[in-house]
Write a protein that binds this ligand. Structure first.
Ligand code: ADP
Ligand code: ADP
Length: 219
């Protein structure tokens, strides 16, 4: 059973790498950002509550995120392990996850930190385009969508720019990151399973390092 956490600033490339890494390891890719956007889209009471935070680039309060994560962990596929992408994002979330994992005797296998400077982040986020139909993530320059308008499985793409993917909101998100999430680095360094990855490289280079890591984790 492999249990993975991807942490790092917004736009560091976690989601891009998580899709393949999770599928190689046969574990579900759990992005709290995706779960929160799904609640918003469904218009649930919870979705309406989180909207104002997410659209402004602010962190959603811990108790709401923890509720969403607890529900997701109840699903059958999470019994095989998981890859958390963008969770935890505060020390309180990390401690709560630790408590849960301890009770269930399920230590984390690895915490991968995506290391990338702020100026790179702004460029990555402002060029990000997301597909409404497939959830695929592209970049106008660094990972352009196929000119055919269809993905590799022939599915029609319907690209949009996320509400929070503007330069103004990125500044708010980076501040949130510095104030709340960066503290997770020393926290997880103490855990003994922390791994730094230079995320300021081409997608394929990072992917190759993660493929090596997946082999080690599966051994
Ligand atoms: P995160 O999940 O950490 O917020 P994403 O995976 O969504 O980040 O990536 C943010 C944007 O940067 C996307 O548009 C993606 O296509 C692009 N991207 C991801 N990894 C790289 C990379 N190594 N180099 C250049 N652009 C990247
Ligand atoms: P990115 O990786 O580009 O920052 P995400 O899709 O992970 O974007 O998150 C989008 C938004 O969802 C965040 O700005 C925040 O409002 C909310 N969110 C996602 N995960 C968490 C979390 N673990 N704790 C609090 N808020 C979260």
């Amino acid at each position: 059973m492999t249990r993975v956490v991807f942490i790092g600033p917004p736009g560091a490339g976690k989601g891009t790498q998580a899709v393949k890494f999770a599928s190689t390891l046969g574990i579900p890719h759990i992005s709290t950002g995706d779960l929160i956007r799904a609640e918003k889209k469904a218009g649930t009471p919870l979705g309406m509550e989180v909207q104002k935070y997410a659209d402004e680039g602010k962190l959603v309060p811990d108790e709401i995120v923890l509720k969403i994560v607890a529900e997701r962990l109840e699903e059958d596929d999470a019994k095989k392990g998981f890859l958390f992408d963008g969770f935890p994002r505060t020390i309180a979330q990390a401690k709560s996850l630790d408590r849960y994992l301890k009770i269930h005797h399920m230590p984390l296998s690895v915490v991968v930190f995506f290391d990338v400077p702020d100026d790179v982040i702004v460029e990555r986020i402002c060029g990000r385009r997301t597909c409404r139909n497939t959830g695929n993530v592209y970049h106008v320059r660094f990972n352009p969508p196929p000119a055919s308008g269809r993905d590799e499985n022939g599915k029609q793409l319907d690209l949009y720019q996320r509400e929070d993917d503007t330069e103004e909101k990125v500044r708010v998100r980076l501040k949130e990151y510095e104030e709340n999430t960066a503290a997770l680095i020393p926290y997880y360094k103490e855990s003994g399973v922390f791994q730094n990855i230079d995320a300021n490289r081409d997608i394929s280079e990072i992917e190759a390092d993660l493929a090596d890591l997946a082999i080690k984790l599966s051994a």
